[in-house]
Design a protein around this ligand. Structure first.
Ligand SMILES: Nc1ncnc2c1ncn2[C@@H]1O[C@H](COP(=O)(O)OP(=O)(O)OP(=O)(O)O)[C@@H](O)[C@H]1O
Ligand SMILES: [Mg+2]
Length: 356
């Protein structure tokens, strides 16, 4: 789903404005500290009601103001996000919505920024999130199972922490295991799909290295999570939390049996990180006809020119609405012949410039 227009008020350092975007390609340029990342962040918050820079939305509010407001027109709906005081308000077509996931489902959005390049050597949580983005948009039952899992996990941890009513652990072990087995199965399936792409269409992005992804579950699928939880029960009671489950799993990346984080050069590892994002975009993109919004923040500070060109060449062929930030107004070669909109950001003021 493309975002056609965005009105922003009191968001970070940005001057209040209304912007009309190009359905395919938007280039944002300006000096360091001008507000480029803030504009991409505003788009992200509009689609997800969540920032990629801070856990809370409070830091997004312009200094000395009570809150920010974002209002956007998408292809088929309108959305408004307000953060005034401590309250987050999400409206879709004028109606308040209680669940963030209702908004998130409507306009899939992904991001390439400095954090993306930690995907291989960063935390297991980052890798799980990367994979779950794909599941969320492709597998319709994912959210329902995820909510059940989170609920059971909270209840189980509460018992373990308080060490009371421990006879209820059997009950919660079952309720934790059922959705966990289903989601772990989905995660394994999508790891395999990503491998197919990395070894096929996207192999040239990673120097034709044979990349493998293996899902590292915290329990043996043959035995099941319920059995594992039972075996770990005394340990979990001592720890006061659940030490196996979806929230403890990881994805291992290897090439010829060796750990990618230790094997690949810095440049190769960065290109693999981008290739992983391209792979999930491809998988989600194939499931729908609407473009996915992709924010690319300052790729030039991470990849050399030739690697950037390779990445842009692939992205230009995909069904995406791109927002690309850069220090200079140089248009990446592959986009020179395409239509786009250019936005200049200076001290928080965003001005549309010449468009092709
Ligand atoms: N809540 C806020 N209110 C006002 N200004 C803010 C707020 N949060 C951040 N800023 C300021 O906004 C400015 C723009 O930051 P931003 O990260 O968007 O710049 P940028 O153009 O992406 O810079 P760079 O090229 O260095 O990445 C910074 O000077 C920052 O200090
Ligand atoms: Mg920036």
């Amino acid at each position: 789903m493309t975002i056609r227009q965005l009105s922003l008020t009191d968001f970070r350092n940005l001057a209040s404005t209304t912007l009309d975007f190009h359905p395919r390609l938007n280039l944002v340029y300006g000096e360091n500290g001008s507000g480029k990342t803030s504009l991409l962040e505003a788009i992200h918050v509009t689609c997800q009601a969540r920032s990629f820079r801070s856990h809370q939305l409070r830091p997004c509010v312009r200094h000395d103001q009570p809150g920010f407001l974002l209002f956007a027109r998408f292809g088929q709906f309108k959305a408004g996000i307000g953060n005034v005081g401590k309250k987050l308000q999400i409206r879709i077509d004028g109606e308040n919505v209680a669940r963030r996931s209702e908004l998130v489902r409507l306009a899939p959005i992904n991001l390439v920024n400095a954090d993306t390049f930690r995907l291989i050597d960063g935390s297991p949580q980052q890798r799980r999130r990367f994979l779950d983005w794909c599941l969320f948009h492709v597998e319709h039952e994912y959210t329902e199972h995820w909510i059940k899992y989170q609920h059971a996990l909270r209840q189980r941890n509460r018992l373990l922490k308080s060490r009371r009513d421990l006879q209820l652990l059997d009950y919660w072990d079952q309720h934790l295991s059922q959705p966990a087995e289903i989601i772990a199965g989905m995660r394994r399936k999508y790891c395999d799909r990503i491998v197919e792409l990395l070894q096929g269409e996207l192999a040239h992005l990673v120097d034709d290295l044979c990349i493998e992804l293996s899902y590292q579950g915290s329990w043996d699928p043959g035995q099941g999570l319920a059995a594992r939880l039972e075996a770990l029960r005394q340990k979990d009671i001592k720890l006061g939390y659940t030490s196996a489950g979806l929230h403890r799993d990881d994805i291992h990346l290897t090439t010829n049996g060796r750990n990618c984080a230790e094997m690949l050069s810095r440049g190769q590892s960065k290109r693999l990180c981008v290739a992983l994002v391209v792979a999930v975009l491809d998988i989600v993109g194939r499931c729908g006809s609407e473009p996915i919004i992709l924010l690319i923040d300052d790729l030039g500070s991470e990849l050399d020119q030739s690697a950037q060109n390779r990445v842009y060449k692939i992205l230009a062929e995909m069904n995406l609405q791109l927002f690309i930030s850069n220090i200079s107004d140089t248009v990446p070669g592959v986009f020179e012949t395409k239509e786009f909109k250019l936005f200049h950001v200076e001290h928080g003021i965003i001005r549309p410039r010449f468009s092709s």
